[in-house]
Design a protein around this ligand. Structure first.
Ligand code: ARG
Length: 488
């Protein structure tokens, strides 16, 4: 005869749960499935174990538990970590989450002494600690991935200082630029993205352990000890805020969403540039896919997927913002919903950076197609207006004059560089040479010699500065990584 799941305390879940005496009945199977999180929060296992080891050692140091028990706990936790790494750990959804899974396994392995681990601790401060450790490492990893991508962009820039293409506004040809300048524009965006992760990393400096469920503990815990052992500067300052807040995760999701939007724009440009219409770049076979039907196709699926996945990153941010907006202090179970967006965004970001990095480092630039597109003298119309400005003509008047020249070109089907000196002077007496002499691509670039501009000198200097900056940042990040790892 089938047992009644509501009262049967021997079925999975009821007999193994760790919240003990208060409960006499088993959890409804649907509730069990509905509330379980171990299938995703097992990504926190390493951090959970690290936090537990620090906590156990603090309990020993404060003599809340005997030294022998600390040793048993620590070696049991290390054995569990090895099992998880080897893929042999029996995750059980009936035990809800990663914290309960580890603690229950510890009890199986070392016996009742495992029951001492949760002294002065709640899953609320535990999960906040795990998440802080995860975020700190992931922020660092994001900076490393971005560093590598920026190195690729700067390397490509140094190859393409003299490759000219049209710069676009409104996706209409605007003014000629150097391809190096275009690659460096991406590098600038990604540097700011990297700084956002660095800022967040610095903000993750206080340790949640010891905040308990909401109001700390009556036990004489040493919060400074655990904070230091886990590489934090100090303990958090308010136990309620500690267990109630998810703004650090929101900040990560926000920095990731912004970065993914930047990546999406780079991806979009690769899609456009690799089209037959533009033919500015050819993506390497390793970063393209074919069509199952049309044999001639080579599709830019990789940048398209990056563009597509930026939607998920935005969705993950909006999802957690929405989850959090109505929650009263302090912990609410809604907050368990922070993890899937977090893990998904972290993974999506890492892979998106890596595949775009690979795409750009291996693509072939079609310099001739870029140069041909940049040949149009119309792209230098602004230069003509600025020549008049140098001759003391107010810019608005100069703009009007050149506008008329462009209008005549359109009507007569001629190019802007076809006007003779007489014709030019008929447009404005301040012109002192035929259009063909004034409209010179090389000179046009050289005149754009402002900081941040497109002259050869400025762009070469920008490449040098970026190379130097990346070199310094690589050393700093490496050192920061040792610190992150040193506390693992
Ligand atoms: N799995 C839970 C979470 O991620 C851990 C905290 C559970 N706390 C509780 N009071 N039920 O939020």
């Amino acid at each position: 005869m089938a047992k009644d799941p509501k009262t049967d305390s021997t079925r999975a879940g009821g007999s193994t749960k760790l919240w003990g005496g208060r409960f006499s009945g088993a959890t409804d199977p649907t509730v069990e499935r509905f509330s379980a999180s171990v299938h995703f929060d097992k990504a926190l296992a390493r951090y959970d174990i690290r936090g537990s080891i620090a906590h156990a050692q603090m309990l020993g140091k404060t003599e809340l538990i005997p030294g022998d028990d600390v040793e048993a706990l620590v070696s049991g936790l290390k054995a569990i970590e090895a099992d998880i790494e080897a893929g042999t750990f029996p995750f059980d959804p009936a035990l809800e989450d990663i914290h309960m899974n580890i603690e229950s396994r510890l009890r199986e392995q070392i016996g009742p002494v495992a029951g001492r681990l949760h002294t002065g601790r709640s899953r609320n401060d535990q999960v906040a600690t795990d998440t802080a450790l995860y975020l700190r490492e992931t922020c660092w990893a994001a900076q490393m991935s971005l560093l590598s991508f920026r190195q690729t962009l700067v390397a490509r820039a140094s190859e393409h200082i003299d490759t000219i293409l049209p710069g676009y506004t409104h996706l209409q040809r605007a003014q000629p630029v150097r391809l190096a300048h275009h690659w460096l524009a991406y590098a600038e965006m990604l540097e700011r993205d990297s700084e956002r992760f660095a800022d967040l990393g610095r903000r993750i400096r206080r340790c949640p352990l010891g905040a308990g469920a909401i109001a700390g503990s009556t036990l004489p815990l040493d919060r400074h000890h655990t904070a230091k052992a886990l590489g934090f500067e100090e303990p958090t300052r308010n136990s309620m805020d500690t267990v109630a807040s998810r703004d650090l995760t929101l900040e990560f999701l926000s920095a990731t969403a912004i970065c993914m939007v930047n990546l999406s724009r780079i991806a979009e440009e690769l899609v456009i540039w690799s089209s037959t219409e533009f033919n500015f770049v050819t993506l390497a076979d390793a970063y393209s896919t074919g069509s199952s039907l049309m044999p001639q196709k080579k599709n830019p699926d990789v940048p398209e997927l990056v563009r597509g996945k930026s939607g998920r990153a935005i969705g993950n941010l909006v999802s957690l913002l929405t989850t959090m907006k109505g929650l009263p202090l302090a912990y609410n179970r809604d907050m368990q919903e922070d993890k899937e967006p977090l893990f998904d965004s972290a993974l999506t970001l890492r892979d998106s950076i890596d595949v775009l990095n690979g795409s750009i480092s291996t693509l072939q630039v079609c310099e001739a197609a870029m140069a041909a597109a940049a040949q149009d003298p119309m792209l230098l119309a602004t230069d003509l207006a600025e020549i008049l400005v140098v001759e003391n003509v107010p810019f608005r008047e100069a703009h009007e004059v050149v506008g008329k020249m462009v209008g005549q070109c359109a009507r007569d089907g001629v190019t802007l560089d076809s006007f003779s000196l007489d014709e030019m002077q008929a447009f404005h007496p301040a012109f002192s040479a035929p259009a063909s002499e004034l409209l010179n691509l090389e000179r046009s670039f050289e005149r754009r010699n402002l900081v941040g501009g497109t002259s050869r000198e400025q762009v070469s200097r920008a490449v040098e500065i970026a190379t130097q900056d990346l070199h310094t940042q690589a050393i700093e990040l490496e050192a920061a990584g040792q610190q992150v790892e040193g506390t693992q």
